[in-house]
Design a protein around this ligand. Sequence first.
Ligand SMILES: [Zn+2]
Ligand SMILES: [Zn+2]
Length: 194
Amino acid sequence: MGMAGNDFGGRLRRYVTAIAKAVMTPDTPPQIPEGLIAQITEKVTQKEAPFVSHLSRVRVTWLELEADRLGNTCFEMPPHEVEIRKRQRMPPGPVTVSLHPILVDDEKLFNHTLTHELLHAAGLTQHDTRHADLVDEISPSPKLSESPILQDIRDQALAQQEVKDWTCGHCGFIWSRTTVKAPSRCPKCARPFK
Ligand SMILES: [Zn+2]
Ligand SMILES: [Zn+2]
C-alpha cells in the first residue's frame, strides 16, 4: 500500500528509484516516534481501525534500497482474510511496516509516511478520504522548505523541464534539446544563441 497514485506519486517513484544507490540502509530499524501510536489511537474509532490495539506489536523495518516506494504495509494473509478479521474483531496476525532508507534524513516525510502506513496497519486499509485526512491531521505532509527529499524532487523536475527545449532569445524559435551543451547559434535565425 504505497503512497499517492497521482502525478506526484509517479515523480516520487522515479526519484526513489534513481536515488536508491546513493544511500545506505541504517544499522538500526526505523523508530516509531514517541507518542505517535497514542495519537493514532486517540483519533481513530474501533470500527474503522479494529487493529489499533495491536499497533505496538507491528514490526517496523527498512525497505530494500531498490524499492520504488517510500512505504509499505504487509499483512501475512490475503486482503479478503484481513477484511474478515476486521469484521470479526480478530487480531491481524504479524504485520510489517517497511520504510525506504532515504527517509532517514527527512524527519517530517518519515513521520508522514510512517503514519500513512501505521493507519493501514490499524485497519484503515483503503486509500480513502478518511485515511488521507487522518494522515494530514496526525503528521501533515512537510512543506517544501521542511523536506530535503521534496526539495530534491522539485529541483530534478525543474532540471528535466529545462532540458526539453531551447528557445532563441532573438526570434523566439523553440526547438527540442538534443545536446547537453547550449547551441552556439539559433537554427532558424542563425544569431548567437542566448
Ligand atoms: Zn498506502
Ligand atoms: Zn533565432
